[in-house]
Design a protein around this ligand. Sequence first.
Ligand code: SAH
Length: 262
Amino acid sequence: MANQNQVKAKKHLGQHFLRDENIAQKIADTLSLNGYKDVLEIGPGMGVLTKFLLKKDITTHVIEIDTESVEYLKNNYLNLADRIHEKDFLKYDLTQIFKDRPFAIIGNFPYNISSQIVFKTLEMRHQIPEFSGMFQKEVAQRICSKEGSKVYGILSVLTQAFYEAEYLFTVPPSVFNPPPKVDSGVLLLKRKEHYKLPCNEKLFFKVIKTGFQQRRKTLRNSLKIFNLSDNLKANTIFGQRPEQLSVSRLIELTSLIENDIN
Ligand code: SAH
């Protein structure tokens, strides 16, 4: 058992410690362990999830911003020692840990930086074949949602352009200390075999962000800044709103725009 006092939960770091070991194990077991030998846990806290990762045939690294949690981990998980990185996940250059090796990401994530965690993962997608863990339920649902849904948006499209996204299960507030005000949801992202887009990726990000910032407008109206030809704008796809279009249609849209502006 712990040979040190428990870490005191700090709100500004989004600390809600999972108390239910069955759920921690269930999250750890979502990893396929295929195609990588390293895993990075974001925000291990007191290591409830880490404990189950350490039983697997994989090298576990953890990144934790909170000094008190890092002390706790160092005292209680002696075999983790030099794989505890006291850093801010959002700011740290992960190639310092993994060089150019592939690695999975897992965690019961700090909910205040959820979207930023996903965006950083997308930026490093060439090294991250799998991503699994817990977010606020609404965020997990949004990431996994499909066209036509009210919550389908930038986060859903950019993630699903590169990853298959599956919502796995819901976790109630009662299993955390302190309990958050919201339900939580666990999801799994598996990188697609072809995760290079057949269109200009920078342009794709720009089209998606511009279109969804005014999601109630037709693309003809929301994409005015691209100065598209009348000929292209006559295409029926421009009469649609972005939220009606699947990820593959949005990729096609970007290709059309790319041809038009070149
Ligand atoms: N995984 C633990 C703790 C979850 S709470 C459990 O399930 O019990 C979220 C954790 O993320 C906290 O330990 C918090 O200190 C850490 N954290 C918050 N912001 C972080 C950041 N930017 N980089 C790394 N860790 C962070």
